[in-house]
Design a protein. Sequence first.
Length: 237
Amino acid sequence: MIVPVVDLMGGALVRAQRGERHRYAPWCSPLGDGGRDPLGLADALTRRAGSDTLYVADLDALQGGAAQLALLRALLARDPRRRLWLDAGFADAAAARALLDRLGDLAARVDPVHASESMRDAGAVAGCFDPADPVGARALLSLDRRDGRRLDAAGLWDEPRHWPRRVIVMTLERVGSDGGPDLDTLAALHRRAPGVTLIGAGGLRDADDLRRAGAAGARAWLVASALHDGRIGRSGG
């Protein structure tokens, strides 16, 4: 399964580069102009991926600013089948619920992503993945690392008992790098928690990488560059 990725900054769809957010710029993609038409480009990515799910990183919110609510609402309103996996820098469960409340009825199609880089301490995990809570039951965890270092003040990497049913394995230095996926880390996590649905992120180049990722234990992969360039998806393999 391919999950297309949309990184939003200042109302534009931007190109991620190794998690170095100061370098992100509006994406001049073969599929469209991410600066002038981020909604159209998001539509093109989902068509190419054949997916009704869209992973959205709200970089304004991730960097301490206001969430791009109008753009999030527009992404949801364009297709009633669309779901968003939303990373908006949620510090805890209350932060996720507060943003979803502002989306009104559209929030039912938003699954919050709690990123390990955004949680301040172990106490922030409380309630994030509560299966008895409608929001917690559909939340995802993103285990983030950069250059071999875990971004994990909450200590979640070593606590699979606290993981939800879906976990993203995010290797930030490979995002937008075309350097190939980090399959060793993903395979190690799969061995530790074989019942968890693992979703990889970063570096996927083509259909062969996707097959190897599946063999390593990935059920899906977050993809941007290879979709834009046509190296993967309905028109590119």
